[in-house]
Design a protein around this ligand. Structure first.
Ligand code: RVP
Length: 493
């Protein structure tokens, strides 16, 4: 019989990292890591699959900074798949499957298409995808009659085009020489095969650390559940281009989760992450199900009440450590999900055994997170809520919530009968994600230097903890002074 009491559970505030010998210069530090077996990021940060944290805009911003977003699933399948598509199209060296328009479409339809995909021009093709011309802002701007046909105002072939596989430099040279913004790529039969835009090249230079797939598109993950049409959702997300699927539940040590992960694995070719677990056995069950990544955290989230409502959970540093014991031998990366309050917690999660961390409250205040800015007593906030809160789980405008099955409550018919495991609130506005990530990654690099690890795997392997007491924690935070100037990376609880 296993012992009735597990060992003492520790969390971020219970430990500090021991300084270790650092025989490198700070600039040699490399923060790259793995989200899952085959998905690599350049900074070990993921934005949480929550409806106040990650939609397409946040996912794009996260990938540009070198991490990745996991698109939440509290919306229709089409809505979520559309967001995957937006991220995958947002920037790349080349758009492999560009949006096109038929020559018989009206300018009004072209306007709607451009607005929907936030693009400034569209190749015109016939039913066989043969390139007939291009219609851009320049063609359309001065036309007042929006019922005109695209064929009458487009710039028709012959256009400046490139061949599939054209080098970056050659494409740039063509764009420059002909002073054009878009270069359609065609095969020998004149069939449209891709599109290169100046905008994408400029962005590629602006975000050199961006996390990209083999085709130069931004990396993105998307969450699914286990109930109802979860499998169809996964298929739609993969078809839209998701790089990894996250089977996202509050209790990953359950047969439903293992079965769903295995089913997605055997029917698609993307990486499948599953969770959340908080024990060695829980992680082992997911390893046995064949997952490519394990998400760890039961109850650490800032908006989470599972540990109070259900009395269940494991303090997060111990949870990560235990889960990593099972994951490490199987070569499965671990995501430490929830409970991080300061940049120093990232390195603590890694030393405990995580490869990446997932953030909710630290990112919910960013400009790129969904939701409006709130002004309260002259201060700026953004709303944030748990996916197990009543607000997230209740029926909205006759549409059922897709978030209920995260807490295995999809059978609950009336909202009054929901058992909440999260709360709703607001967090201070933090400005653009780029500056928040800059501080978080800057803090992590400092941690890595102090610990003496050049890479994330090295830090994970060599880092050591010291347990601290309440007096130690008090000493760690600023004390015996009244703070007069706010630091960009520190605010008291
Ligand atoms: P935090 O970063 O501490 O805000 O935690 C975010 C994490 O909390 C999410 O990634 C998710 O695992 C968890 N979560 C989301 N909703 C709830 C809830 O309602 N209990 N918990």
């Amino acid at each position: 019989v296993p012992a009735k009491f597990a060992t003492l559970g520790l969390t971020y505030d219970d430990v500090l990292l021991l300084p270790g010998a650092a025989d490198m210069a700070p600039h040699e530090i490399d923060t790259a890591s793995h989200v899952s077996r085959n998905v690599k990021v350049n900074v070990p940060l993921l934005s949480a699959a929550m409806d106040k944290v990650t939609e397409a805009r946040m996912a794009i911003a996260m990938a540009r900074q070198g991490g990745a977003g996991v698109l939440h699933r509290n919306l229709s399948i089409e809505g979520q798949a559309y967001q995957v598509d937006q991220v995958k199209r947002s920037e790349s060296g080349m758009v492999a499957d560009p949006i096109t328009i038929h020559p018989d479409a009206t300018l009004a339809e072209a306007d709607a298409l451009c607005a929907r995909f936030r693009i400034s021009g569209v190749p015109v093709t016939n039913g066989d995808n043969k390139l007939l011309g291009i219609v851009t802002n320049r063609d359309m701007a001065f036309e007042t009659d929006r019922s005109q046909r695209v064929r009458d105002i487009m710039t028709p072939m012959p256009l400046i085009t490139g061949k599939v596989g054209i080098s970056r430099d050659d494409a740039m040279e063509l764009l420059r020489r002909h002073k054009i913004e878009k270069l359609p790529l065609v095969d020998d039969a004149g069939v449209l095969k891709g599109l290169i835009t100046v905008k994408d090249f400029v962005k590629a230079e602006k975000y050199p650390n961006a996390a990209k797939d083999g085709e130069g598109r931004l990396i993105v993950g998307a969450a699914v559940g286990v109930a109802g049409d979860a499998f169809e959702r996964a298929q739609a997300l993969v078809a839209a281009g998701a790089d990894f699927i996250v089977v996202d539940t509050a209790h990953g040590h359950s047969r439903l989760v293992a079965d769903m992960a295995a089913k997605i694995k055997s029917n698609t070719s993307v990486d499948v992450v599953a969770g959340n677990v908080a024990t060695r056995d829980g992680a082992q069950a997911l390893v046995d199900a064949g997952v490519d990544g394990i998400k760890v955290g039961v109850g650490p989230g800032s908006i989470c009440t599972t540990r109070v409502v259900a009395g269940v959970g494991v303090p997060q540093v111990t949870a990560i450590y235990e889960a990593a014991q099972a994951a490490r031998d199987a070569g499965v990366p671990v995501i430490g999900d929830g409970g991080l309050q300061y940049s120093g917690d990232i390195a603590k999660a890694i030393v405990a055994g995580a490869d990446t961390v997932m953030l909710g409250s630290l990112l919910a205040g960013c400009e790129e997170s969904p939701g409006e800015l709130l002004f309260i007593n002259g201060k700026q906030f953004k709303s944030y809520r748990g996916m197990g809160s009543i607000g997230a789980m209740q029926t909205r405008g006759g549409t059922k919530s897709y978030s209920k099955d995260r807490y295995f409550q999809e059978e609950v018919k009336s909202d009054e009968q929901l058992i909440a495991e999260g709360i709703e609130g607001q967090v201070p506005y933090r400005g653009p994600l780029s500056s928040v990530v800059h501080q978080l990654v800057g803090g992590l690099r400092q941690s890595m230097f102090y610990v003496g690890g050049r890479t994330i795997p090295e830090v994970k392997e060599n880092g050591r903890f010291v347990r601290i007491t309440a007096a130690g924690l008090k000493e760690s935070h600023p004390h015996d002074i009244q703070m007069t100037t706010e630091a960009p990376n520190y605010s008291p609880r």
